[in-house]
Design a binder for this molecule. Structure first.
Ligand code: AHR
Length: 503
């Protein structure tokens, strides 16, 4: 099978906002407790944060982390997670049926974010609470001092404001499972009023309004919500999870086509509202929950326990391929999708897994860690508007699925192109070519820096605490430049990164 890609430096989609490689930590399962925070763990620092996890988060390269939910945020009282730990209340947490100890809250999370070289995307509760509590939280976090909530923060030991820039106006407010779910009109109104108060408290913040909870739910919700909020917010959110419950791998591998359609649809709706309002402003997208999985939904746990094992999906080789295609889809829409959060970061549907200290305390990277790490490392540049020519197949959920999914990122400053690619074929390797003549420098030939591949004979292969390196990438691909043309074999069902120095 042969495929090719046409690229030209003059044709670009846009610059990737590094926040496209964001992630998400919710008070859910063992994401916070035993994930990022475990005072009894051998690697814990003075604040109780696991250093082994921080090292993996740094390796992944995550510039922003959404917090504290998720469904959790829609019943959350942020004040519970501030001040002296001994006085913090334990509460029944209704979204996930557990007990929340509040040992970690915004005070601790912003400190963790600094240690992990990341920033906070803070969600406010617009389910059981409203604009008043939301603006108080902005005051607590971002006001310098001299007011009730900013002085409370200072009294709690944080003299300097946290300076949290990005704020989400609730979470999945269209979903019946959400505490305080709303109609689009109800939500549009409360989101608009919350946005006004929050921005009047700190004019420098950016605001994300809730879009739909899944691609199948999108349409009227976005149109109505944006009619109320268009002038007050900067981004609309999208959420989507893709699974392979039917064990139909060709369809699963086509998941990114749905994500692509979802993004285009939300752009079209946002642009329709822009036109209706005769607005000059363009609404950007924040794909602030995306991933494969939720395989483990419904796994048993003890009701009202603290930090049980919940949503601990174990990711396979085929999951990594799909994550690679989803990442490329996000990058190819970088002109509109400015932020995205892989949901989530640790233990809960996550690239990083840990054991509790009493179970051995190990931490390791799941299969999906690697395509994310690669895109975060080399995907921050100019996404080229390439034209791929590839044979296609028909899956149950999509027709004309290209075997080749690819995305090229140009770094003019260091004369480099980084090309990401998945060969969706389960049977055939692919001969891939890409003409680089348009990038030719007068003084020499382009050359391949490295061709990283990740594949496995068993598409269900996973990494575990015992075998953390079972599925990992290797710099063993055969990419080379011959007479100005890049040539490579893209192995069947493989993830590839081809890095090219342009002379
Ligand atoms: O990420 C897990 C859950 O999925 C989040 O809490 C919610 O927003 C979504 O439905």
């Amino acid at each position: 099978m042969h495929s090719s890609l046409i690229l030209h430096p003059a044709y670009a989609v846009g610059e990737v906002d590094p926040r496209l490689f964001g992630s998400f930590i919710e008070h859910l399962g063992r994401a916070v407790y035993h994930g990022i925070y475990e005072p009894g763990h051998p690697t814990a620092d003075g604040d109780g944060f696991r250093r082994d996890v921080i090292d993996l988060v740094k390796k992944l390269g995550v510039p922003i982390v959404r917090y504290p939910g998720g469904n959790f945020v829609s019943g959350y009282r942020w004040e519970d997670g501030t001040g002296p730990k001994a006085q913090r209340p334990r509460r029944p947490e209704l979204a996930w049926g557990v007990t929340e100890t509040n040992e970690v809250g915004v005070d601790e999370f912003q400190a963790w974010a600094k240690k992990a070289d990341t920033s906070v995307m803070m969600a406010v509760n617009l389910g059981t609470r409203g604009p008043e509590e939301a603006r108080n939280l902005v005051e607590y976090c971002n006001f310098k001092g001299g007011t009730h909530y900013s002085d409370l923060r200072r009294a709690n030991g944080f003299e300097e404001p946290f300076g949290i820039k990005v704020w989400c106006l609730g979470n999945e407010m269209d979903g019946s499972w959400q505490m305080g779910a709303k109609t689009a009109t109800e939500y549009g109104r409360i989101a608009c009023e919350a946005a006004k108060l929050m921005r009047w408290t700190d004019p420098s913040i950016e605001l994300v309004v809730c879009g739909s909870s899944g691609s199948g739910m999108c349409g009227d919700w976005e149109a109505e919500v944006l009619k109320h909020t268009y002038d007050y917010v900067d981004y609309i959110s999208l959420h989507s999870y893709y699974g392979n419950a039917a064990n139909d791998t060709p369809s699963f591998l086509a998941s990114s086509l749905d994500m692509d359609r979802f993004i285009k649809t939300v752009c079209a709706i946002a642009d329709y509202v822009k036109h209706v309002k005769r607005s000059k402003k363009t609404m950007y997208l924040s794909f602030d929950e995306w991933n494969v999985g939720l395989h483990s939904h419904g796994a048993p746990f003890e009701k009202w326990s603290v930090a049980p094992h919940q949503l601990e999906d174990v990711y396979t080789m085929e999951d990594a391929l799909v994550v690679g295609t989803l990442l490329m889809t996000l990058m190819k829409h970088c002109d509109r999708v400015k932020m995205a959060c892989l949901a989530q970061l640790v233990n809960v549907i996550a690239p990083i897994m840990t054991e509790n200290a009493e179970d051995g305390g190990r931490a390791w990277a799941q299969t999906i860690f690697y395509p994310f790490m690669h895109c975060s490392a080399w995907g921050r540049g100019t996404v080229l508007d390439g034209r791929a020519v590839s044979p296609t197949y028909d899956a149950k959920n999509a027709k004309d699925v290209p075997y080749l999914e690819t995305c090229a990122v140009y770094h003019e400053d260091r004369a480099e192109i980084d090309l990401f690619a998945v060969n969706r074929s389960l049977e055939e390797d692919m001969d891939f070519t890409c003409d680089l003549e348009a990038f030719a420098a007068p003084d020499g030939e382009a050359a391949v820096i490295e061709h990283i591949t990740m594949t496995n004979a068993d598409l269900k292969a996973v990494n575990t605490a015992e075998k953390p390196d079972n599925v990992i990438p290797h710099a063993n691909g055969d990419a080379r430049v011959e007479g100005g043309t890049l040539r490579a074999t893209l192995g069947r069902r493989s993830w590839n990164v081809i890095r090219v120095r342009l002379a």
